[in-house]
Design a protein around this ligand. Structure first.
Ligand code: COA
Length: 392
């Protein structure tokens, strides 16, 4: 197999579903912007050099349906020959797309591929606009349709993750994200144009543009006391709240991957390589445990130990499951989500895997870390994990 090099990895800010800065910005526009930004920020890359664009999306319907990857390459001005595919593995869709893009280059099937992710949870709500579970199979497998919040409650109850610990974890997520924003450490974040509809004197609404520079879900004033006051959202006797759950979010991310020959030809300095990627199934009604199984499986394939990994991005779908996985695996918490996670920064479902790739690589560069792991749990009962190696 050939090497596949990541040369650029970027993301838009993550903005709150329905309340945030991207609530009037269509997913096609978010994705088109970040794809163009990825090309523009890669020296000597032209759109016509890109072979294929693979985009993760968890609910590829309505405004983000009809194979959004193909639609957006055309909307964003890529030549007609540049193809596009939409990839879905729910919360790992974005890294799944990057892995598929890398594999194509590794196999020698492509020279330059973009992998990425898009999710507008404002335009397409979690679960989609019209979920239609199978009437007979739901009776035998109701667990496959368990709400994500209930799976988080199940993890908290089964593995005794206390409300206090969940809230303390959520507090840290906001504190770290607020500090990183203040210090301008999210170097992978590209200020992104957004739309708003402004009421005119004649009563009509006019679409206007503005720029979004920051993740707008971060609550710098979060306190443990404030979090403790929030009521459970998913179960009356539960411990999972709006404060210790990931935020529902709009966002897009893109990563440019190319062969060694193209790296040399274009004179690009590669950032990293995706070395290994794996997925694993687990019980659907406690899907949050996914990383606890995916990370050891990944390390086994790579022939590495936990101690070899300098940084982790473990998606904070919920504090309960993130705490469980980190504790069970014995990961040093100081290496996990160093600039906060989805509780503060948001979890735009199908984009998250691509967003975490961009963040992890920026953090690995910032800290000079050779090996980093990204991992997440996945609805339906799965975990995914990816190992990145920073280039010298
Ligand atoms: C839990 C959930 C239902 C809450 O939705 P929501 O009510 O829209 O959540 P919000 O972020 O708007 O917070 C609601 C309120 O809680 C309070 N709150 C939230 N975070 C807080 C914090 N850190 N500190 C203090 N109060 C907080 C606020 O009062 C807030 O209202 P405001 O925005 O008007 O200030 C939603 O975030 C969710 O479903 N998350 C999980 C998503 C998921 O399952 N993803 C897939 C995982 S696999």
């Amino acid at each position: 197999m050939r090497d596949a090099y990541i040369v650029t990895s970027l993301r838009t800010p993550g903005c709150r579903r329905a309340k945030g800065s991207f609530k009037d910005t269509r997913p096609e526009d978010l994705l088109g912007f970040i794809l163009n930004a990825a090309v523009e920020r890669t020296p000597n890359l032209e759109k016509k050099f890109v072979d294929d664009v693979m985009i993760g999306c968890s609910f590829p319907e309505a405004e983000q349906g009809l194979n959004i990857a193909r639609l957006v390459t055309q909307i964003a001005g890529f030549p007609v020959e540049v193809s596009g595919a939409t990839v879905n593995r729910f919360c790992s869709s974005g890294i799944e797309a990057i892995a598929l893009a890398s594999l194509r280059v590794m196999a020698g099937w492509s020279e330059i591929v973009i992998g990425g992710g898009i999710e507008s949870m404002t335009y397409v709500p979690m679960g989609g606009n019209m979920p239609r579970p199978h009437p007979e199979h739901t009776k035998k497998h109701p667990d496959l349709y368990t709400s994500m919040g209930i799976t988080a409650e199940n993890v908290a109850k089964r593995y005794k993750i206390s409300r206090e610990d969940q809230d303390a974890f959520a507090f840290q997520s906001h504190a770290k994200a607020a500090e990183a924003t203040a210090k301008k450490l999210f170097t992978e974040l590209v200020p992104t144009p957004a739309a708003k509809f402004v009421l005119q004197k004649d009563g009509a609404y006019k679409k206007e543009a503005f720029t979004v520079e920051y993740d707008d879900g971060i609550r710098a004033d979060t306190t443990v006391e404030g979090l403790a006051k929030l009521r459970p959202v998913f179960a009356a006797d539960g411990s999972v709240t709006a404060g210790n759950s990931s935020q529902t979010t709009d966002g897009a991310a893109a990563t440019v991957i190319m062969s060694e020959a193209k790296v040399k030809e274009l004179g690009v300095k590669p950032v990293a390589k995706l070395k290994y990627y794996t997925t694993v199934g687990c019980q659907p009604d406690e899907m949050g445990v996914g990383p606890r199984y995916a990370i050891p499986k990944l390390l086994d394939i790579a022939g590495m130990k936990l101690a070899d990994i300098g940084l982790f991005e473990i998606n904070e779908a919920f504090a309960s499951q993130a705490i469980y996985c980190v504790r069970e695996l014995g990961i040093d918490m100081s290496k996990v989500n160093i600039h906060g996670g989805a509780i503060a920064l948001g979890h735009p479902l199908g984009c998250t895997g691509a967003k975490l790739c961009a963040t992890l690589l920026a953090n690995m560069r910032e800290r000079g870390v050779k090996y980093g792991v990204e991992s997440m749990c996945i609805g339906g009962g799965m975990g995914a994990a990816a190992l990145f190696e920073l280039c010298d």
